[in-house]
Design a protein around this ligand. Structure first.
Ligand SMILES: NC(=O)c1ccc[n+]([C@@H]2O[C@H](COP(=O)([O-])OP(=O)(O)OC[C@H]3O[C@@H](n4cnc5c(N)ncnc54)[C@H](OP(=O)(O)O)[C@@H]3O)[C@@H](O)[C@H]2O)c1
Length: 331
């Protein structure tokens, strides 16, 4: 089969479109013919050797994939060839999560093998492209905002990097749940699009101090909840942007993963800091997102699709921060 594989970590040119053996499945596994696989910021960090969990080389990435069941192992009795599915990338093991595209080969290939328990059927009205955007970004949005953040209708939510795959999902999930959504991004062009998907107010974090803008928008009150994908560079201003008893969801660290901080404001203003890891999210988060797409209540934002052979150009788009929403490979 054809796959995108890398034998060393580095820039996008380490990604090679090559022939590799088609995986052979065990009794509890299924082989999926991949129709769509979406890119995540995580793929860039793994490929560049900058992730705290390094991959075993050579590696085939791709945490998010959808397609058709091609072959089933003899212990897999609830699935048959031809079933349209999306893959839940997290295999729960006694030692913790083992993740497709990180700990074992992923979906940037014509075929991928996973345990039978990890494939989730999708209805006909959910396209392969839409389905493959759900397991990481959309599940993070739902799990983060509701299960970790306890978001309530009528709350004010600040969503950073709202043009990212995860941010564009979070804007829609928060708005759909009745929140007032303030969204940030790095360009006015992205902010126009963020408004189109439901943000009530927007802030360009490259041209203004977002905590000052939040103050103006909320008439000095601050926000109830922050969905933060930026990390260290936003930390101080995040604290300034929260109401007393406000919560901050730590999602990502594109702006740095370490900072020093003063415990004072967190103690004195009853603030809560909550970590979020999609790989800990229960399965119901994914089935819920599939249902919302099927009911037309959630529409994944897809910027561009590429053939598998053009994976390097696709990753370059994310590296240049030029995408809005998700970028997809169609093997
Ligand atoms: N905790 C979890 O379980 C979980 C799950 C999913 C994603 N994440 C994290 O969430 C973040 C977004 O992931 P994604 O896949 O949705 O990302 P993505 O689609 O690649 O978008 C990332 C966006 O972050 C913004 N950004 C701000 N500062 C940046 C910097 N210094 N370098 C690069 N980008 C920067 C850029 O938008 P602007 O140009 O508008 O600034 C960029 O487009 C990542 O940190 C990822 O690891 C975490």
């Amino acid at each position: 089969m054809k796959a995108i594989r890398y034998h060393e970590v580095g820039e996008v040119d380490v990604l090679k479109y090559e022939d590799v053996p088609t995986p052979e499945i065990g009794d509890d596994e299924v082989l999926v013919r991949v129709r769509a696989a979406s890119l995540n910021h995580l793929d860039l960090r793994l490929r560049a050797g900058k992730s705290p969990r390094p991959v075993e080389l050579p590696h085939i990435g791709g945490v998010d994939a959808s397609g058709d069941v091609e072959e089933v192992g003899k212990n897999v009795t609830n699935l048959s060839p031809g079933t349209r599915v999306v893959i839940d990338p997290t295999v729960k093991t006694p030692k913790g999560p083992s993740v497709m595209g990180v700990n074992f080969h992923g979906g940037f290939a014509e075929y991928v093998k996973v345990p039978g328990a990890n494939v989730v059927p999708i209805p006909d009205e959910v396209s392969y492209d839409d389905a493959c955007t759900l397991p990481v970004c959309s599940v993070t949005a739902w799990y983060g905002l509701y299960e970790r953040g306890g978001m309530q209708r009528g709350e004010t939510v600040l969503i950073h990097a709202a043009g990212s795959g995860t941010g564009s999902a979070a804007v829609q999930v928060a708005k759909g749940g009745g929140a007032y959504v303030i969204a940030t991004a790095g360009s006015d062009e992205k902010l126009e699009k963020v408004k189109e998907i439901g943000a009530d107010a927007t802030i360009n974090y490259n041209t203004s101090d977002f905590s000052e803008e939040v103050k103006k928008i909320t008439e000095g009150k601050g926000v109830d909840l922050i969905f933060d994908q930026v990390g260290a560079s936003a930390w101080e201003n995040n604290l300034k942007s929260l109401k007393p008893k406000g919560r901050i969801l730590l999602i990502g660290v594109v702006g740095g993963g370490q900072t020093t901080f003063n415990f004072g404001p967190i103690i004195m203003r009853d603030l809560s800091v909550l970590g979020v890891t999609v790989f800990n999210a229960p399965r119901k988060n994914l089935t819920n997102m599939i249902n919302l797409v099927s009911l037309n209540r959630f529409k994944p934002v897809i910027d561009k699709t590429f053939p598998l052979s053009e994976a390097a150009q696709a990753q370059k788009m994310l590296e240049d921060r030029s995408q809005f929403g998700k970028v997809i490979l169609n093997p």
